[in-house]
Design a protein around this ligand. Structure first.
Ligand SMILES: *Cc1c(COP(=O)(O)O)cnc(C)c1O
Length: 379
């Protein structure tokens, strides 16, 4: 497919599809011919393959990544009145997954260097009601799991990883998703392993948590038309599972391509004034769901840079421009500007650059050239 060389999209899924078109169409056609659309062989095979991929014992296929977090929490016994510590800087679903259960998200600040939950915050924010903590491996970089697990163990907190952005990442050589009691993965189309619609997976090493999650995704049924608890209707459909089965064997190659573009960005942006490039601790393997920089300078500079980049035909993103404690839904929680300084600063400064496996080195160079120029013109 010819590329419009004057523009660089933030993400473009068309080329990936073009390379897999025949296989994907055959897989979808197979589901249509089988006429089995929910809880069938593709979902079961994907669960098996994904558990193996994450070095975990069990995987439970669900309707989306948010449900994966909610059902993971519910399967671990979190419910009304419980408190769950979540970073103040993440996608809102990390916290709404908690709210859904009648439990309360308790915000914690991030470590400015990694954008991930600051483990020291767990001790500070903990109360006798705290039952769990959700570290988010934001942008594809693992959170400080050793420190987080050690505080959690000391206080009997359940650790649920939000692995929506980090499938395939490693922390001290172990896969993310296998490092806590349970984890949620998202197959939203733009995620590193994306379905052609919504999808998600809960991962766990606990047989008990997996079995409970299997009941919860299917109306709480423990036998045919026998329900002991309400549960949800949250099942991955067979068409999505079939698409994901075609894609999973390519994930490592796509991740390698993301890394190589990210390293090129790092190299070309080294020494450019006014920007910080992402830093990966040596014990972690980043999967670069997003390549996120910080834009330093006067208030609003990130937004001005973003606008100028857009006028040059380059799409960038701000993930996420409003920290959770300043979101309208959490207005009643009593937080204000200044409550979580590192999260607030990140929200004001982050700028994600175009990144997807098919992005070319020439496109990376074009982004960097434009950004260097824009940074010189913008204070
Ligand atoms: C995408 C995402 C989710 C939610 O996943 P969905 O499949 O969209 O429900 C949760 N947390 C984070 C950090 C995400 O990026």
């Amino acid at each position: 497919m010819a590329k419009d060389s004057s523009k660089v999209p933030f993400i473009d899924l068309r080329e990936q599809y073009a390379g897999l078109r025949d296989e994907i169409r055959a897989a979808i056609n197979g589901v249509l011919e089988s006429q089995q659309f929910v809880l069938g062989p593709h979902g079961a095979a994907l669960e098996h393959d994904l558990a193996a991929y994450c070095d975990a014992k069990h995987a439970v296929a669900l309707a989306n990544g948010t449900d994966a977090l909610t059902i993971a929490l519910a399967a671990c016994g979190i419910g009304p009145g419980d408190e769950v510590i979540v970073p103040a800087f993440t996608f809102v679903a990390t916290a709404t997954a908690v709210v859904r259960l009648g439990a309360r998200p308790v915000f914690a600040d991030i470590d400015a260097a990694t954008f991930n939950l600051d483990p020291a915050e767990i001790e500070r924010r903990r109360t006798p009601q705290t039952k769990a903590v959700i570290p988010v491996h934001l942008y594809g970089l693992p959170a400080a799991m050793e420190e987080i697990n050690s505080v959690a163990t000391r206080h009997g907190l359940v650790v649920i990883e939000d692995n929506a952005q980090a499938i395939g990442a490693r922390y001290k050589s172990a896969r993310t998703g296998s490092l806590g009691m349970s984890a949620g993965i998202s197959f939203y189309p733009t995620k590193n392993l994306g379905a052609y619609g919504d999808g998600g997976m809960m991962i766990t090493n606990s047989e008990k948590v997996a079995a409970h999650a299997r009941r919860l995704r299917d109306h709480g049924q423990s036998g045919k038309y026998l329900s002991a608890e309400p549960g949800w209707n949250s099942r991955l459909d067979e068409i999505q599972a079939a698409v994901l089965q075609v894609k999973l064997p390519h994930l490592d190659d796509w991740t390698a391509a993301r890394r190589s573009r990210a390293h090129l960005y790092n190299e070309l942006l080294a020494g450019v004034v006014g920007i910080t490039t992402p830093d990966t601790p040596s014990h972690s393997e980043h999967v670069y769901h997003l390549y996120t920089t910080r834009i330093h300078g006067e208030s609003g500079r990130r937004d001005r840079v973003q606008q100028k980049m857009s006028s040059l035909g380059i799409s960038t993103g701000a993930y996420y421009p409003t920290p959770l404690h300043l979101q309208p839904i959490f207005a009643g929680y009593g937080h204000k500007l200044g409550s979580f300084p590192a999260s607030e600063q990140a929200s004001a400064e982050v700028l994600s650059l175009p990144l997807f496996p098919e992005l070319t080195n020439e496109q990376v160079e074009r982004v960097v050239d434009s950004l260097t120029k824009v940074l010189k013109e913008t204070s």
